[in-house]
Design a protein around this ligand. Sequence first.
Ligand code: UN1
Length: 505
Amino acid sequence: MNTAVASKTETGRHLIAGEWLQADGETFASHSPANWEEIIGVFPKANAERANQAVAAARLAFPGWRRTSRIHRAELFDNLAQIVKRETDALARLMARECGKIFNECKAEVIEGLHMIQYVFGTGRMPIGDVIASEIAEKDAFMRRKPWGVVAVITPWNFPFAVPLWMLGPSLLEGNTAVFKPSEDTPAVGQRLVELFVEAGFPPGVINLVHGDGETGEILVRNPEVNVVLFTGSYDVGRRIQQLSAEHYDRITACEMGSKSAVIVCEDARLDLAVTCSLLSAFKTSGQRCVSASRLLIHEKVFDTFADKFVAAAKRIRIGDPLDEKNFTGPVIHKGSVEKVLYYNDLASKEGADVLLDGGPLTNGEHAKGCYLSPFIYRMNHRSDARCLREEVFGPHVALIPFQNNEEAVRIYNDTEYGLSMAVITEDYRAMRYFREECEYGMGYVNLPCIGAEVHLPFGGVKKSGNGHPSAAGLIETVTHKTAWTVNHATEVKMAQGLKADVEG
Ligand code: UN1
C-alpha cells in the first residue's frame, strides 16, 4: 500500500429526513494528520436551525419505525453487513487518511464495526422480554422493552466507524431513531457510514447526520425532543452533556469519558509477554485509545529488567505513514494534540520524572508535514499529587511506576479519578483474582494488553470514566425502557396483595 494513491476530496453533506443537504453557511475542513496539507473534505457546520431540523426529522420518523417489525429492522442490518464487507478496504483507507491510524488498525476497526452489525442482526430474533409469575393464577405478566424515541449519538475521532456503530446499532434495532454527529476531526468516515445505512435501505428520517463541533453537539443536547444522549469523548464534554441534560425530566445519558488505564506487571510475570502487552497498551494508535495505558505499574524486583526491554522495544517501533503497514503507529490527530502531549512530557519532567526515553516531535523527512510524536517514557515513584500520573494525556506518553507488593499496586492503580481499563500480567491465579476484586475498572484483562475489547462484551467504565455503558453489547439497557404488562384472563377482578376488589359494601 502506498501513499501516492490519488484521493478525492469529499463533499460534506448533512442527511436530514432522507435528503442530502450541502453547505449553505459555515464550513470546516478535515485534514490528514499524516500530511496537514492534504484536505480530506470540506463539511457544512450545522447551526441551530439545521441541528433542530434533524431532531424534528428523527421525531417524525419514530412512530413508523417503532411499529416496523423488529425482525425487519434487524434484516436491514444484514443488508448493511454485506455492504460493509464489500467496502472494508475502501473504508479502512479513508479512515487511515482521515484519522492517521495504521491501515491494519483501520481494517480491524471496520471489522469491529461489522461485528456490531452482525451482533445486532442476530439479536433481532432473540427474546425481548420476560414472562413473570403473578400472585393471581388468572393473570399473565410480562416485562417488555420499548424504545425511548430520539437518540443523539455524539462520537469521537479515534474510532470513527466502530464506536458510532456500537451506539447506532442497538438504538435503531430497538426502534429508536437517531441524529448522529461525528467528530469534527473525522466527518468523512462518519458521512460514509451514513451513506451505507441509506444504501442498506434504512427509511428516511430513521438516521440523520449533522456535521459540526461542540457547538452543534450542544444544540442537540439542549433540544428537549432528544430522549437519549450517547457520548464517547472527554470528561469535560461528558460532564457538560450531563449538566445540560439535568434540565430535561426524561433525559437518559450514557457517557464514556476519560481514562488513566494501566498495565500491572507482577513479580512472576513472563517479561516478554509483559513488554508486548505494555507496548500495545501504551503506543498502539499512538496512545490515543480511550483505553490506552499511560501507566505501567512494575514490581520492583523486575523493574530494571522490564524497563530495559521496554525502552529498547519502544525505540524500535516504526512511526510513519498510516498507509504503510510496516509502521506500528502513525501520527497523533492534530497540532493541538501534539502540544497537549508535549505539555505533559514537560510537566512530568518538572514533577520529578526520571526520563528513560525522551520522546517528542518528529519533523524531518517523511514526518515533516504531519503530527508525528515519538514515545516519551519515564520512571516515577507514585505520588498522589503528581498530575502527570493522574490526568489523561491521550498520546505516546507513559510512566513506569515501581511497586513493592500487590496491595500497593492496587492502591496506586486506584489512585486516579478514572476507572476504565486495566491489565494484570501474572502466572498466579490468586494474584489475578485479587486484582480483579480490588481494582476499579470497567474492562479487565489478564496476560493481555488493556486494549482490544470485543463488541459482544460490555464496554464502559466507572468513576470519571463514565456512567452507563454507551457502547457495544450493554446498550440495550440504555436505549430501551422496561414496561410491566399484565393481562387478566378471569371474568372478575382479583387483586394482588390481598387487596379487596369489592366495589359495593
Ligand atoms: C476507544 O478507545 O475509544 O478496546 C475504543 C479497544 C477497542 C475499542 C476502543 N476495541 O481497544
